[in-house]
Design a binder for this molecule. Structure first.
Ligand code: HPA
Ligand code: ZN
Length: 308
């Protein structure tokens, strides 16, 4: 299996149904069902929003530092088995703060799991764009005492209607703190969202970015500045950003000379971890070893913190 870095992975999206049930029992939280197959049967999505509804609902089971530890430890174990040598991991503090879970709890559990695993991994704090810029700025300020625990900021959740430019101040603050900057853009939003992420937020990588391909000038910019794109093929199919893997634009992105990487996004929900994404590209799109090797090399080149 080829060594790779994973750069687009939401730790909350690695919450497998088995762990949902285990944590619900541990924390005495009521679930509509405790049957993992019944839970999994809900994972048929029509768009990003329909997925996010289930994703946020399941977070109710994450309460204690041990819960966050177990979540991250499970991901890091699986990732190692998928050839991941380095991971830059998103987390959504607002989705926990709003439930009364503190930043101490979240950082404590995630950071301890990374440390104990011995893995090369770092955290990226994501702002929930549909909760607005003011709350995002408050959360980033509240997280600054934990500055040693994370390397960057990102932007996720419902994209359309929440353009990157709304978050200029948050990203200016991140830059002033020496944090790396990334943003989801061009998943459901158009190329204009990708332009804004670059020009207004100063992002160093674009998460998803598949709709950048609709704008040749933008493609030229991404190529010339070697701005990496963290593409998530199985996610795009499950959230119907593309009709099927066979229709995925990823090979064309590679042919355009873009720094494309392949990632799993929310693997517990989208039917596979990162190597499963690579395998699907080979199987469904007939991508060659040379192409997949190039993508894996790109993943290290596009990482912020890989040592070794
Ligand atoms: N897109 C946007 N926000 C998200 C995603 C995603 O795929 N996963 C978790 N939050
Ligand atoms: Zn994502």
């Amino acid at each position: 299996m080829r060594p790779k870095a994973e750069l687009h992975l939401h730790i909350e999206g690695t919450l497998e149904p088995e762990l949902v049930v285990e944590l619900a029992r541990r924390n005495r939280i009521d679930l509509p069902t405790y049957d993992v197959e019944a839970i999994r049967s809900r994972y048929s999505f029509t768009d990003l929003r329909s997925f996010l509804d289930v994703y946020y609902e399941h977070l109710a089971v994450l309460r204690t530092e041990q819960d966050f530890y177990d979540l991250a430890a499970a991901y890091l174990r699986r990732a190692a088995g998928q050839g991941v040598r380095h991971a830059e991991i998103f987390f959504d503090p607002q989705a926990h703060l709003s439930r009364g879970v503190t930043l101490e709890t979240v950082f404590g559990g995630l950071s301890a799991a990374i440390k104990d695993s011995g893995a090369s991994a770092a955290l990226i704090l994501c702002c929930l764009r549909d909760r607005g810029a003011e709350e995002a700025e408050q959360v980033l300020r509240a997280a600054l005492p934990f500055r040693d625990h994370f390397i960057g900021v990102g932007l996720d959740s419902a994209e359309v209607g929440y353009p990157p430019s709304l978050f200029r101040r948050v990203f200016d603050l991140a830059a002033a703190e020496g944090l790396h900057r990334v943003a989801h853009a061009g998943e459901e939003g158009g190329p204009d969202y990708v332009w804004e992420a670059l020009d207004v937020l100063g992002v160093e990588r674009v998460d998803h970015g598949i709709r950048a391909m609709e704008d040749p000038q933008l493609v030229a910019r991404l190529r010339e500045e070697r701005i990496p794109l963290t593409v998530c093929p199985l996610s795009n199919v499950r959230l119907r950003a593309v009709p099927s893997l066979r229709d995925h634009i990823l090979p064309a992105m590679l042919d355009e000379g873009l720094v494309v990487t392949v990632n799993s996004d929310d693997p517990a929900y989208f039917g596979g971890y990162v190597e499963d994404n690579y395998a699907a590209l080979r199987r469904e799109l007939g991508m060659s070893d040379e192409q997949l090797d190039r993508i894996a090399r790109n993943s290290f080149a596009a990482s912020f913190a890989y040592e070794g």
